[in-house]
Design a protein around this ligand. Structure first.
Ligand code: AMP
Length: 504
């Protein structure tokens, strides 16, 4: 096995790595660091959790340690799809450069332009940014990208999902042709392939196995669920979630609960709180300080349940999460892999429980195809609650405050819960076993066919307009009432009036 000391990293970087407690490089680091240090382009096909961040930060800072920053012309650029991921890269940068004198600026929504402008004016070695914010700074004339020697694109597949590819192409074209590019993506969709063919030059390609195949320590189960009545389904589902949490007892020290939609993130968090669970929501419509507070609380252990959307949780590194609950079956099977990868990290045990109702069975099948295993079914613990559990009146009111719903009554009078009949035979929950990550070993994951995707637009799948950026301040101007929930693109009125909004 290669040691960090054999990778030709700057001795001060090596010292910081040792102090971080890393014993040996992960496969993506072992594969990416040597060609990156040689100045080659790198195409890393790896997901979060594989150590990919250090895979690009360590060689980058080793190379940058040799030169000096120049006013308004950053020497390197890291592009991330979300604010949280950018902030996390910045944290990694701080950890690994603690014995070097390198500077950075973080250009993300929710952080003041003024302060970052000051840093850029002075000159920074590394600029870590989301694409929209970077272009906003550029268009304000505050930034020159002609000094960029190294450019990193992190989570390119997420950029694609979020409609950032035109921005990425534009940013590529603003940087020198001679730059070195380190490009990371969990999957290689045709559009990503096209970008890499266009902008990378003879890259070293390093591929590590999908996280799904590495999560040997994650026990996965799925609970089939059908509401007793349509108007009770949502509150019964939340009750089921509470029951699943309760049944895990003390084993569930903390958990991330994923919902497909931002509105559900809010409702589930509120409902858990009302029922005495220590929970808080995180999604792209919440203001940055709130998101940071919530995340810090969760990391420190003062918050037990984080209710999250996929975008907000993307790339989050929360080392010790005992459980992941999928309140909904994700529409993209890859998201399932990302979600459950929040638990069972670094060899720890973890449990991932998912609630699936009949209309999500197609998505469940797509997930099982991707992870190449059937996910064991767990009996619905509420299935014996007959007659149907009365929905908590307050909960129903909380969810549908206004319109009384007219239901087309094809329903039989004895429309009792059917979860038991619907669930396939119970299988003992088994940890999924599969090979550990290997360089150049993974079959490429196929994206879900379009028709298998969630019918409603989800937070990260609403595309940005393709017609270019449309000038300055577009983040604040062109969305109207439509909240595009990608951290970086939040209309300013949301950020300003969050307290008021949350009171409603
Ligand atoms: P990433 O995939 O970059 O999000 O990294 C996932 C986690 O792995 C982070 O908590 C890193 O601090 C940690 N990590 C990165 N490299 C190593 C390593 N060589 N040994 C142990 N942990 C690591």
């Amino acid at each position: 096995m290669t040691k960090f000391s054999e990778l030709n990293l700057n001795p001060k970087v090596l010292k910081a790595v040792e102090e971080a407690g890393y014993e040996s490089p992960t496969p993506i680091q072992e594969g990416a660091i040597p060609p990156a240090l040689e100045g080659r382009d790198v195409l890393g096909i790896a997901q979060t959790g594989t150590g990919k961040t250090a895979g690009f930060v360590l060689p980058m800072i080793t190379l940058l340690a040799r030169g000096r920053a120049r006013a308004r012309m950053p020497r390197s650029l890291v592009l991330c799809p979300t604010r949280e991921l950018a902030a996390q890269v910045a944290e990694n940068f701080d950890t690994y450069t603690k014995h070097l004198k390198l500077t950075k600026a973080l250009l993300i929504g929710g952080v003041s332009f003024k302060e970052q402008d000051k840093l850029i004016d002075k000159g920074v070695d590394v600029l870590i940014a989301t694409p929209g914010r970077l272009l906003d700074h550029f268009e304000r004339g505050k930034l020159l990208l002609t000094g960029v020697q190294i450019m990193v694109v992190d989570e390119a597949d997420r950029m694609l999902d979020m409609g950032f590819i035109p921005d990425i192409e534009r940013i590529f074209s603003l940087t020198p042709f001679t730059r070195q590019t380190l490009f990371f993506s969990a999957t290689m969709a045709p559009e990503i392939e096209r970008i890499t063919n266009t902008f990378l030059s003879a890259p070293a390609r390093i591929e590590v196995a999908r996280q799904a195949t590495a999560s040997e320590t994650i026990e996965q189960v799925v609970v089939m669920f059908k509401g007793s009545r349509r108007d009770r389904e949502a509150s019964e589902k939340r009750k089921l979630l509470r029951t699943l949490i309760d049944n895990e007892g003390e084993k569930c020290t903390n958990a991330i609960i994923f919902c497909n939609r931002k509105t559900d993130v809010d409702i589930v968090a509120k409902s858990l709180k009302k029922n005495g669970y220590d929970a808080a929501p995180i999604h792209g419509d919440l203001d940055q300080s709130q998101r940071t507070r919530t995340l810090d609380g969760f990391r420190e252990g003062s918050l037990r349940f984080l209710v999250a959307s996929d975008v907000a949780a993307r790339g989050l590194d929360v080392p010790a999460v005992s459980h992941v609950f999928n309140f909904d079956v994700p529409g993209h099977p890859e998201d399932y892999v990302h979600r459950i990868g929040r638990t069972g990290r670094a060899g720890r045990e973890g449990k991932a429980m998912m609630i699936c109702n009949p209309r999500d069975e197609k998505n469940l099948a797509a997930i099982e195809t991707l992870v190449q295993k059937p996910i064991p079914r767990l009996d619905n613990p509420l299935a014996s609650d007959t007659p149907a559990p009365q929905a908590d009146a307050a909960e129903v009111a909380e969810e549908q405050p206004s319109k009384p719903r007219r239901t087309r009554s094809r329903r039989k009078p004895d429309d009792a819960p059917q979860a038991v009949q619907e669930a396939p035979a119970k299988a003992e929950a088994q940890p999924v076993t599969a090979p550990a990550p290997e360089v150049q070993a993974a079959p490429e994951a196929k994206p879900a066919p379009e028709e298998q995707r969630a019918p409603e637009p989800r937070e990260e799948t609403k595309p940005r307009s393709r017609g270019g950026r449309g000038g300055r301040g577009r983040d604040n101007s062109d969305n109207g009432n439509k909240v595009v929930g990608m951290g970086d693109h939040m209309p300013s009125f949301i950020a300003l009036s969050f307290e008021d909004r949350s009171a409603s």
